[in-house]
Ligand binder design. Sequence first.
Ligand code: G3I
Length: 354
Amino acid sequence: MPSRSRTRLRLAGVLAAVLVAAGVATGPAAQAHEKKPATLADLAQRHGRYFGSATDNPELTDTAYTRILGHEFDMITPGNGMKWYATEPQQGVFDFSQGDEIVNLARANHQKVRAHTLVWHSQLPGWLTSREWTADELRAVLKKHIQTEVRHYRGKVYAWDVVNEAFNEDGTYRETIFYKTLGPGYIADALRWAHQADPKAKLYLNDYNVEAIGPKSDAYYRLVKELKAQGVPLHGFGLQAHLALQYGYPTTLEDNLRRFARLGLDTALTEVDVRMLLPATEEKLAQQADWYRDMTEACLAVRRCVGITVWDYTDKYSWIPAFFPGQGAALPWDEQLAPKPAYHAIREALRAPR
Ligand code: G3I
């Protein structure tokens, strides 16, 4: 053998040894590695999107559950742990332990965090709801809450749902404690305060029943235009997408995503689930799978739809049965953590070339 070839062979051997030592597999092991099925996160990333799940602190002791949570997704949202009742249980006394647990878990799994939520009428602490506030008092309380929490998570979260569920179904403002005391300007204030506390976080408005074009999403469309015209820091619109088979699919979803993109916003499907009247039948599960596929395709079709989050990934931990008795089976994994037709439908949509 000519000496140059021998040298090359030796170098190849050395390179292989270095790769093996560095944990980079070569040969048959590498082929086996390549055959490992891509996760939802892997598939979404091929489109420049993320695929996320909500989770909640009590579930984190379930190791079969956390294995899938840590593996299949690249974005995590705390379902409850960052809400006001959890983070400021007494006025001025902050507790970030639940949110921190989820942020740390996400970090260990190389996942990002969509943080949820700063200003919402629900799950507020008793000290806040049990007395009257003047506008000046409430403005100071709100500013302190937002800035303390956002500062705590500065650099650790990708996005914040700053204001959640601000509108009624008919597009009028929801008469929350914030609206009633501060007027509609509380939304712009909340966004400005959050931006001061973490200038890099993407700031979202987020709501349900806004997937289709209609009075409620129109109200957001108008508000976003106004806020943008005023230079208010707003980067995204979150469509929760809590759907129900019995109410029909929001066929204008893609057009709706597109009109918000044209206003210069990112959009995201932030709390996806598709509930059904129980018992779940093969037909209903097939229809549910179609809806998950359609939603995924709608997001992929609109460049600024940045990702999809399911509102937890398994029926084992869904909020639905407790809130809508007789309904459920809303998520892509069943109560035994086995993938359902919806899971495979999402994969198909994500696998299609674009
Ligand atoms: O913490 C208490 C616990 O001490 C008690 O033993 C237990 C008994 O019911 O209740 C626990 O509180 C529950 C809490 O979740 C934490 O598990 C509340 O009852 C329950 O109402 C609460 O539900 C949450 C719901 O928001 C409240 O509106 C769901 O887990 C959460 O998934 C859901 O998430 C919301 C989003 O934030 C906004 N969009 C809608 C979505 C679904 O409602």
